[in-house]
Design a protein around this ligand. Structure first.
Ligand code: ADP
Ligand code: MG
Length: 215
């Protein structure tokens, strides 16, 4: 089993950057339907900047990696998502604390802290058609898992399910809420980007060899 340590956290952020770049146009299209069309570009720009910083120096701890993501996303992403993801990663970093690696309990604590940060900042409730609809089920699912990797896998699957479930919802927060009933019938872009970011955490845990960590 892979340790969910600093090297994993860096692989997670790099994999998130790769996946968000790959899905940039899709996220732009989703945000064009119920927002202003910038979400894909915002996320791609932000995570590219995170990777540029990791290229300068690898993180010394999980908390340091998450904090680097927080400060970089806060300054580079903009829009609603920048401060929301920034707060999420900052709270996650604090929750990770001085642990050298995350076990199942810590994965749940870190994800819960991230979700709580998003809710504190954006005041969205479950069902408002926002990224909270992906984060919240992810936290619940992680809490039912046995170990760190299982918690990540459960969280990613629940986030994907949560993101899919935003489609029929009417947005009550963020730019999409200006559309009222017309926001129904489209996926929420932030819930979808959340599902990509959490899936990347799983990929980073199982793909040590692919990213050259094992010699
Ligand atoms: P903007 O809406 O400023 O253009 P983005 O397009 O980057 O910002 O991000 C939009 C996403 O942000 C939405 O799809 C939604 O998931 C999320 N979002 C917006 N407002 C809130 C909020 N109050 N709480 C939680 N998430 C929100
Ligand atoms: Mg937007």
């Amino acid at each position: 089993m892979t340790a969910l340590d600093a090297a994993w956290a860096d692989r997670w952020l790099r994999e998130a950057a790769r996946v968000l770049a790959e899905h940039r146009d899709e996220l732009i299209e989703l945000d064009r339907a119920i927002g202003d069309g910038d979400h894909g570009e915002n996320m791609d720009r932000g995570f590219r900047a995170v990777v540029a910083k990791l290229d300068e120096s690898p993180s010394e701890s999980v908390a340091a990696a998450l904090k680097l993501a927080a400060t970089t996303l806060m300054s580079k992403v903009g829009g609603a998502a920048g401060p929301l993801y920034g707060t999420a990663f900052l709270r996650a970093s604090i929750a990770a604390g001085d642990r050298t690696a995350l076990d199942g309990y810590a994965v749940e604590a870190v994800l819960a802290a991230a979700r709580d940060g998003i809710v504190a900042r954006g005041k969205a409730e479950l069902g408002d058609k926002t990224m909270v609809d992906a984060w919240s089920p992810a936290v619940d699912a992680a809490g039912r898992a046995a170990d760190g990797e299982a918690a990540l896998e459960a969280a990613a699957s629940a986030a994907e399910e949560g993101a899919r479930a935003t489609k029929p919802l009417v947005a009550r927060k963020g730019r999409a809420s200006y559309l009222g009933e017309r926001s129904a019938g489209h996926l929420d872009p932030g819930a979808v980007s959340t599902s990509y970011i959490l899936r990347a955490a799983v990929t980073a845990a199982v793909s040590e060899i692919l990213s050259g960590e094992v010699t």
